[in-house]
Design a protein around this ligand. Structure first.
Ligand code: PFF
Length: 467
């Protein structure tokens, strides 16, 4: 076996893990889900999902990862062969999320250029520009490939030299940019309606679907339920305090989501627009907001899309790393070959996803095109079920002493909330996720897709013991 890599420093790990968590999920998806689900009531449910379920699962992922020093599949397999399939679902989720994530990452790159070259300065044309752009067959594909190539370049360099180094520069840049744009947004006249939308809950809009959307978003945003944090934890040294690191990463991720909300909604209301715009929200609204500000707007808009691309990149490298680490640990592939083969498959999936928004939009499976298929299958099913299975694995299969030993670094650090965390993982979280998934399935439009996802999990559970 090859020598296993490690993070170069604590800060490097934290920035990389936070970099994985903070991504399109925070800046692209969180605002539009908030907009679609009625604003602050969604945010309250989301925050509960993040700090009760998400944080506990992140602690569990770090623990399982560092204990085994193996990536997703190996971490499960080395403890119990029957549980290998949960790791396999994770690797599959990695492929599927990377089947649409680079498409949106490519949009962000394209919008940097569109902002700089002043193409987004006529407010009336911006919405049409977005629709025309994403449904095209050439431009979005080229940008997606550029985005994917950046991933390949970073991940091929390995842990400390690639992912860690890039995150150290890119993450602080992102935070500064978001704060900057947020200040600009709240200081616009009429911005208070947006703050009200964000911070005073209206419970009348809440349904079972809202809970599932919030739960799925919590998993997606924190990079949980697919072994990503297991993999990152596996490169972590034995001196680190796992619970503390998980708390920092979770808080940073939430801070960035809220900052993204503050950057977008006050300005959106100030300009008299509606929040329920769907996936086009940041791409249409942000340039519109800035277009009205003249040449300063070109500058702000460019900064915003740089931030979006940066955030997307530090997340997508972690998705690629989950698959690559599997190929290295379990298939004995050299890193470079693993990176090229995994990204080759992802490129094909991304081409399907991108074209499904344009020329192939008539081709659907279980009622949705490729883009939505990859998105819904992972976000609403695989990640939540993956998180639930991880909780059951940690609570019922793992020995309690092993967890305690790992979380306290063999008794060297304190974890005062251990018993509460353990009860959450063992009983409360599996039940909570099952209830939310059930409520969500009942009220979701894509019942066929949900059943399909659960069937895939069942098939993997039966067959992956041989892997
Ligand atoms: N957390 C990332 C985001 O918010 O954009 C997406 C993501 C990365 C999901 C890594 C899952 C994952 F394993």
């Amino acid at each position: 076996m090859q020598q296993r890599e490690n993070w170069g420093s604590r800060l490097g790990f934290l920035l990389a893990a936070a970099g994985s968590a903070v991504g399109l999920g925070n800046i692209w998806r969180f605002p539009y889900l908030t907009g679609e689900n009625g604003g602050s009531a969604f945010i309250v449910i989301y925050l509960v999902c993040v700090f009760v379920i998400g944080l506990s699962i992140m602690i569990a992922e770090f623990t399982v990862g560092r204990r085994s020093s193996l990536a997703a599949v190996g971490a499960y397999k080395s403890y119990s062969r029957n549980w290998t399939f949960v790791g396999v679902i994770g690797v599959l989720s990695g492929f599927l999320i990377m089947g649409f994530y680079p498409v949106v990452g490519g949009w962000a790159l394209a919008y940097i250029i569109k902002s700089v070259s002043g193409l987004l300065t006529t407010p009336d044309a911006i919405g049409d520009t977005f629709v025309t752009f994403i449904s095209g067959s050439v431009q979005p594909l080229i940008w997606m490939l550029v985005f994917l190539a950046l991933n390949v370049a970073i991940v091929a360099k390995g842990i400390a030299g690639g992912i860690e180094k890039a995150s150290k520069i890119l993450m602080p840049t992102l935070l500064v940019l978001l704060i900057f744009i947020g200040i600009r947004s709240v200081s616009l006249p009429g911005a208070d309606a947006g703050l009200k939308f964000l911070f005073s809950p209206d419970w009348s809009q809440v349904t079972g679907q809202t809970f599932l959307a919030a739960l799925g978003q919590a998993f997606f945003s924190l990079s949980l339920g697919m072994g990503c944090m297991i993999t990152y934890g596996s490169y972590l040294n034995k001196e680190e305090n796992l619970a503390k690191n998980a708390t920092i990463v979770t808080s940073l991720d939430t801070l960035c989501a809220i900052l993204a909300g503050i950057a977008i909604f006050p300005a959106l209301f100030a300009f008299g627009m509606t929040p329920d715009q769907g996936p086009g929200l940041v791409f249409v609204i942000v340039p519109s907001i800035f277009a009205a500000m003249g040449s300063a707007g070109v500058f702000f808009s460019t900064l915003f899309f740089i931030a979006l691309a940066v955030a997307a990149l530090t997340s997508s490298v972690s998705l690629l790393e989950v698959v690559v680490a599997y190929l290295i640990d379990e298939r004995g592939m050299p890193r470079k070959r693993a990176v090229y083969s995994a990204s080759g498959v992802m490129a094909v999936l991304c081409i399907m996803a991108s074209l499904s928004l344009g020329v192939t939009s008539h081709i659907t499976f279980l009622g949705v095109g490729a883009f939505d298929f990859f998105d819904i299958l992972t976000d609403k099913i695989f990640l939540a079920v993956g998180g639930m299975l991880l909780a059951i694995f940690a609570g019922w299969v793992y020995k309690k002493e092993d967890l305690k030993d790992e979380l306290t670094n063999g008794g060297k650090v304190q974890f005062g909330l251990f018993e509460i965390w353990y009860a959450l993982i063992k009983y409360i979280i599996p039940i909570a996720i099952a209830v939310i998934a059930f409520m969500g399935i009942r009220s979701i439009a894509q019942t066929g897709l949900m059943i399909f996802g659960l069937l895939v999990i069942a098939v993997l559970a039966v067959f992956s013991k041989k892997l």
